[in-house]
Design a protein around this ligand. Structure first.
Ligand code: F6R
Ligand code: MG
Ligand code: MG
Length: 379
């Protein structure tokens, strides 16, 4: 059976501040989602939370970009927002940028990751869900899962993975994407995906047969809204086993934390900490950024799960390492590289402060070519 797995997420209000979700808000979202299931609009749904974000994990047979399915998520978030407003939750309805649904949640605030596939004899999938970071946070782990034999032994050992995988990379500013084939174009791939402020991996396909292996949400909220609203807090779907990375190979990159952009005010670099569902409530300096892993077996379109995959003492060391990394960075305070570089700060609330001061700049004779504060050559 061909099924579609659609994961749609939004921040519709934080409890307290930007740290988690109030149970009544979550219950309302679940109620609306389950009504849609009862009405046959979707086959199954599971609602998961990371920090102040809620994701609807839905199965159905309506294909990618189905307006009916997107509307299910939109209505659930709308109804949840009503409760969030009633309780005066922080930033109630924050990610819902328009009032009326117009066919597809993309461009309306929520983040979306979707894939369509023929359900295998057994279909294990992982939905990764992060808070206080952006979609490019998935670049490094996707490279390790699907292109690095030092992480994924299957690339060497399993004949169906041995040909490699194709990565689709998106330039989030131009909206253009490029497909690159690994291992032969690995170095070209790294040119782009190492530049995490601009490029993010959108999807990954198995080269042998074109089967989809991973799909990520790539919506950049500030570009959609035209102003800083909050961080993008992305989701990622990864199919596992039998010709895809084993569950353990998909989880392994997270055992060695790395730095991502986000954290406080979406303006900092910080370690991505893999946590259990219960620990996905970032509070220290509004972070550090968190990621959960929700495992499902899909059975005739039903979601059996989730299993809380980072709820494993084997990830305790990663959590400790991430805390050490956080300590080092916090020492830098508002100084780079803890604070993001100026190009990235453009998409935060800082430009408002700069605007106030812009007329106070004066040209200084440095004896070198002169540039305006916008970086253009001065007259
Ligand atoms: C980061 C985030 C928080 C807020 C911070 C300030 O993605 O959501 O760190 O940016 O708490 O929030 P405001 O400006 O709403 O007071
Ligand atoms: Mg928030
Ligand atoms: Mg969030």
């Amino acid at each position: 059976m061909k099924i579609t797995l659609s994961v749609i997420k939004a921040d519709i209000g934080g409890f307290v501040g930007h740290s988690s979700v109030h149970p009544e808000v979550l219950n309302r979202v679940k109620e609306v989602a389950l009504e849609a299931k009862d009405n046959g609009l979707i086959k199954d749904v599971s609602v998961i939370v990371c920090g102040d974000d809620i994701a609807l994990v839905m199965t159905h047979t309506k294909g990618l970009d189905s307006s009916e399915v997107h509307e299910v998520a939109w209505n659930a978030f709308k109804e949840g927002t009503e409760v969030a407003k009633k309780l005066k939750m922080y930033g109630a309805g924050q990610d819902l940028l328009t009032d009326a649904f117009s066919g597809n949640v993309k461009g309306m605030g929520p983040g979306v990751a979707e894939m369509e596939f023929e359900e295998r004899k057994s279909e294990p999938v992982i939905v990764f869900f992060a808070d206080k970071t952006s979609p490019s946070a998935w670049n490094l782990p996707l490279y390790e899962m699907f292109a690095d034999p030092m992480n994924t032994a299957g690339l060497v050992i399993d004949p169906s993975m041995h040909d490699g995988f194709i990565f689709e990379v998106l330039d989030v500013y131009s909206g253009m994407s490029i497909k690159l084939s690994t291992p032969e174009e690995l170095y070209d791939l790294m040119v782009f995906i190492g530049a995490t402020s601009r490029y993010c991996v959108r999807s990954v396909f198995r080269k042998k047969d074109g089967e989809i292996g991973a799909s990520a949400s790539t919506q950049k909220l500030s570009l959609t809204a035209g102003r800083y609203v909050g961080k993008d807090d992305p989701v990622l779907i990864v199919r596992c086993q039998s010709g895809f990375p084993a569950v353990g190979e998909a989880l392994e990159p997270f055992a060695r934390p790395w730095f991502v952009e986000g954290w406080m005010r979406g303006s900092h670099t910080g370690p991505l900490m893999p946590v259990s569902f219960a620990q996905a409530k970032p509070t220290r300096f509004d972070g550090p950024p968190r990621v959960i892993a929700a495992g499902y077996q899909i059975c005739n379109g039903n979601l059996i799960g989730p299993v809380d995959l980072f709820d494993d003492p084997a990830f305790d060391q990663a959590r400790t390492d991430a805390s050490h990394m956080a300590n080092y960075l916090r020492r830098q305070g508002i100084f780079e590289p803890h604070r993001l570089p100026p190009e990235e700060m453009e998409y935060t609330t800082l430009p408002k402060v700069l605007e106030k001061l812009k007329d106070r700049f004066q040209l200084v004779d440095t004896g070198k070519p002169k540039f305006t504060t916008e970086g253009e050559v001065a007259e």
